[in-house]
Design a protein around this ligand. Structure first.
Ligand code: ADE
Length: 459
């Protein structure tokens, strides 16, 4: 990701971020960070960049010319996403950070004095953002706040296998309390459950703590969370058919774009995937108009929704059977040499898995969602979770098949899901009997309806 900051104090940005994790990511070339001095672009021979405000009023205003020329030098005049930091902007949130983390290039424009001439803002700014309801002396600190929050979500910045998933705001909940050694400090003991080694119990305790904290400190967030839980409960009446939507919501991935009775659109922004159900053909047609333009995939388990979308230009990629594992017990893993994959394993996986791109595989591995089987250290297979949450990405080398290794890989993946209190589920392409048998052997249940994956659409 390329980050440019247009500022009167470039050293503030560079010195502020250099010693941090963001600075390390810059050194490793995962990010590039450039701070451009707006003053270098003024045509005023005294280096002035500000002047009095027309109509009167206290203070000076940054003039259009140096700001525009600095912006043009950085972008070449292309319409790059340009964020102006201002207390008048839209409040910055974790959701916005997640969305911006998907961009290739961002420009941050920092104002000073009383602001910037409106005319240049109209020409270059795409987003007006505030970091809170208070007034600072300039946009540099807000730009640094935003860069920190956005950049840490870029794959690779936090390092291997680190997931930003369990954190505050990830699921409209604040984070649970955490403890480190010693076990007793100031006569306060670490809660017993955290010493139990029982991951399912620990997850449950943490969720309860998160809920209690959110209710106490952020009742506004708690209300949002409660509404989502209500929808999950409704969907759970037909769990087998709805598990993909329930998991999308409970894992904090899916946003409810529309919900009215049976008419439902859940959008997984990162996976650019919408999950959709409708009451009838007519409402399916109306709902399809609400699909965001960035949608790459639509999943539905209703035949008429599939037909409506096909008539609108979406292409059917595949019909799948949906399988879910409802037991709470972990599965035995007979093949022992299995571990989480690391960035160095990307070439092995991408050269053997032709359904997805290397970029996708890298992102999945860096998210900590892929596992590999090894024979004396040499990789022989893998399994993983797709971005939107379903299990898949399964492969075992020819010479190692029919020895239960695929079964062990899937069992391993199921166990990791259970540790995180997720319900493991997957989509098996209809007709793939070998995979269907494997799901049944592991104790998965099959949903009564097919799941259709459609691609394309408006674009
Ligand atoms: N510039 C000054 N105050 C600000 C704020 N609260 N958010 C963003 N930019 C600002």
């Amino acid at each position: 990701m390329k980050l440019h900051v247009l500022t009167l104090f470039p050293e503030m940005i560079l010195q502020g971020l250099a010693p941090s994790i963001i600075g390390r990511a810059v050194e490793k070339n995962i990010l590039s960070l450039e701070a451009v001095n707006i003053r270098d672009y003024t045509l005023n021979k005294h280096g002035k960049v500000d002047d009095y405000t027309y109509g009167g009023g206290a203070g000076m205003l940054m003039q259009a010319q140096p700001v525009f020329d600095a912006w043009k030098a950085v972008t070449g005049g292309k319409r790059v996403r340009t964020i102006y930091l201002t207390p008048q902007g839209i409040p910055f949130t974790q959701k916005m950070a997640k969305e911006l983390a998907g961009e290739e290039e961002l420009v941050f424009l920092c104002g000073h004095y009383e602001g910037i001439d409106e005319r240049v803002l109209e020409e270059v700014v795409t987003d007006y953002v505030s970091i809170g309801d208070y007034v600072l002396t300039g946009g540099e600190l807000p730009a640094m706040v935003m860069i920190d929050a956005v950049a840490r979500l870029v794959p690779g910045v936090l390092g291997n296998e680190t997931s930003a998933e369990d954190e505050s705001f990830h699921n409209d909940l604040l984070e649970y309390p955490q403890y480190s050694r010693p076990e007793v400090w100031h006569e306060k003991k670490v809660p017993e459950v955290l010493l139990s080694g029982n991951h399912a119990k620990i997850s449950k305790w943490r969720l309860e703590q998160s809920e209690a904290r959110t209710l106490k400190f952020r009742p506004d967030l708690y209300e949002k969370y409660r509404e989502k839980q209500h929808l999950i409960k409704r969907l759970s009446k037909d769990k087998r058919n709805n598990i993909h939507m329930m998991e999308s919501l409970s894992r904090g991935r899916g946003e409810v774009l529309y919900s009215e009775g049976e008419n439902l659109i859940i959008f997984d922004r990162e996976a650019a995937t919408c999950m959709m159900t409708a009451e009838n053909e007519e409402t399916a047609r109306k709902l399809s108009e609400k699909l965001p333009p960035e949608t790459k995939w639509v999943i539905s388990n209703q035949n008429f929704v599939k037909e409506v979308l096909e008539s609108l230009g979406y292409g059917l990629w595949g019909s799948c059977s949906q399988y879910l594992y409802t037991a709470k017990e972990s599965l035995p893993v007979r093949y022992k040499e299995i571990r989480s994959l690391k960035t160095e394993d990307v070439p092995y996986v991408s050269s053997r898995y032709e359904h997805d791109t290397e970029e996708y595989i890298r992102e999945r591995i860096q998210a900590g969602d892929m596992y590999g089987a090894f024979d004396h250290g040499r990789q022989i297979g893998f399994v993983g979770l797709h971005t939107e949450g379903s299990m898949g990405l399964l492969y075992v080398e020819e010479g190692y098949r029919r020895q239960g290794i695929a079964e062990s890989l899937e069992a391993y993946c199921v166990n990791r899901c259970l540790e995180k209190s997720r319900t493991p589920y997957g989509h098996v392409m209809e007709g793939n009997t070998a995979s269907e048998h494997l799901q049944e052997k592991l104790g998965f249940y099959k949903a009564s309806r097919s799941v259709y994956w459609l691609s394309g659409g408006k674009g």
